[in-house]
Design a protein around this ligand. Structure first.
Ligand SMILES: *[C@@H]1O[C@H](CO)[C@@H](O)[C@H](O)[C@H]1NC(C)=O
Ligand SMILES: *[C@@H]1O[C@H](CO)[C@@H](O)[C@H](O)[C@H]1NC(C)=O
Length: 490
């Protein structure tokens, strides 16, 4: 747990650098809206005007499990911001596994919070798609508005028309070219992009904004999302780095002691807390992008680069066009002077957040209790599955490309603007082939998808990968972290 021992040093560093950074980085386009409010009405038509069409939203948490508390918490919180903004329930579609509020680990049964002193965000959230209905198929069908393709759930879909505005928010674990789901398979970038192209071709929206929190989330759009679809996307991280959980145990401002899990994600709470406070009729997508980018990159050690893709000219749109705005915030327009100044927090890498949970559970459980034993077992299983996956993929690389060249090929990162892989079907076939022998990639193992993509890019055949994986993993691992009990992730 280097993170804890390093925090004193980090605190000192933050103190020393805080003078230099005390002003948020804003460019000259961000001014107090009051500076130019007289021109606003002229430049931006009243977003309450019925002629702008209907606002739709799709909110999805791609995970389950108590150690992933923060993703469903982000989604619940986002729902309330949109609801208070004036969106109707019939236009907000929520996907969440719904196993957090009443998990036995939840210290406040029936309550979910998204920040240390936050209110309950669980009450009132529509349960459109929960449990095993949170699937790639349902998510994509809901975006397309194709009710007949939906299985289970409320059947609510984005039944939008040509003047409508759509907002989509996804939060979970991810990896290069992939977004996690609580069910199998996961969501691959090519399928998501194809769906967005199809939605555009159907002429059923005016513009669409997509916010994505996940590790390597830039890889979902990098070199893949074309301009001209009227889509503006921002992601928590670039194509090659982690995104970060926040409000984690031991963090300052202190998370209530009874919570052994992170309460939010850094990029997600950055936009949600900003939207919750301000008059969104006077704040543009660009202003929010800059604010979120600054907050998400504020910590020198635990930070990621918020990215933007697609039709960036949509940035001048006011947030209210997508999120509505809470009438109670009509006088809160000071975007330069808001609560989003970097706090001295220690965010936790998405991929380590489960370990933090098991570790804190272990640390706090009474000596000799069955709870302590259980936490230790969970921690050890998660660790050993990680080691197994790391070693197996390396061995496959060495078997395919030789001891010297193997790691170079696996770790190759394509230049900015190029998609992760040319042949997505190859990638998915290779993922299944690897998993058949070596066990499920699981949340942690999604990080290795770049290596598997590189194997495809090198022109290796499925037979070769099959043989190499069989050699690397002579027996299929057992246990909850490594079994194939649910299916393949591709
Ligand atoms: C909707 O989904 C069904 C079932 O997958 C499919 O057959 C149909 O073509 C889809 N409709 C449209 C308009 O895409
Ligand atoms: C905003 O300020 C105006 C003028 O001071 C006031 O009349 C109005 O009630 C305020 N709105 C809210 C929601 O507080």
């Amino acid at each position: 747990m280097i993170r804890y021992t390093g925090s004193i040093l980090l605190g000192l560093l933050l103190f020393l650098t805080s003078f230099a950074n005390s002003r948020p980085i804003v460019d000259d386009l961000i001014r107090l809206p009051s500076d130019h409010s007289s021109t606003l009405a002229h430049v931006f038509p009243d977003v309450d005007d019925d002629s702008v069409g209907t606002r739709w939203a799709v909110l999805i948490a791609g995970s389950n499990g108590y150690w992933n508390y923060r993703h469903q918490s982000d989604v619940c919180h986002a729902y309330h911001v949109l609801k208070k903004g004036g969106l109707k329930d019939e236009n907000i579609i929520v996907f969440m596994y719904d196993d957090i509020a009443f998990d036995e680990e939840n210290p406040r049964p029936g309550v979910i919070i998204n920040s240390p002193h936050g209110h309950d965000v669980y009450a009132g959230v529509p349960k459109d798609y929960t449990g095993e209905d949170v699937t790639v198929n349902n998510f994509l069908a809901a975006i397309l508005g194709n009710k007949t393709a939906i299985t289970g759930g409320s059947g609510k879909v984005v039944n939008s028309g040509p003047n409508d505005h759509i907002f989509i928010f996804y939060t979970d674990h991810g990896g290069p070219g992939v977004l996690g789901m609580p069910t199998f398979p996961y969501l691959y970038a090519d399928e998501l992009i194809d769906t967005l192209k199809q939605k555009h071709a159907s002429g059923t929206y005016k513009s669409l904004v997509f916010y994505v929190e996940a590790c390597e989330s830039g890889s979902i759009f990098e070199g893949l999302l074309p301009e001209g679809l009227n889509i503006y996307a921002t992601t928590a991280s670039n194509a090659v780095e982690s995104s970060w959980g926040t409000y984690c145990p031991g963090e300052d401002p202190n998370v209530p002691g009874e919570y052994d899990t992170c309460l939010g994600d850094l990029y997600s709470v950055s936009w949600i807390e900003d939207s919750e406070k301000h008059n969104l009729r006077t704040e543009s997508l660009k202003q929010q992008y800059e604010l979120v980018k600054t907050r998400t990159s504020s910590n020198p050690f635990y930070s990621s680069h918020v990215m933007q893709y697609g039709d960036t000219e949509l940035k001048t749109d006011m947030l209210a066009l997508y999120m509505g705005t809470n009438p109670a915030n009509e006088n809160f327009t000071y975007v330069d002077d808001n609560s989003l100044r970097p706090s001295s927090s220690n965010p936790v890498n998405q991929r380590d957040a489960d370990l933090i949970h098991f570790w804190n559970k272990f640390r706090k459980a009474p000596e000799g209790s069955s709870r302590k034993k259980q936490a230790e077992k969970q921690f050890m299983e998660a660790m050993s599955h990680r080691v197994h996956l790391d070693n197996s993929i390396k061995l496959v690389g060495k078997l395919l490309f030789g001891i010297e060249k193997g790691l170079d090929v696996l770790e190759t990162v394509r230049p900015t603007g190029k998609p992760l892989v040319d042949d997505w079907n190859c990638l998915k076939t290779m993922v299944r082939t690897f998993e058949k022998h070596c066990g499920s990639l699981s949340q942690y193992g999604m990080k290795h998808i770049r290596s598997i993509a590189n194997i495809c890019n090198a022109g290796i055949t499925a037979n070769q990968v099959d043989e190499a994986s069989a050699q690397a993993c002579p027996s299929l691992p057992s246990g909850p972290w490594s079994s194939l009990h649910k299916g393949f992730s591709a």
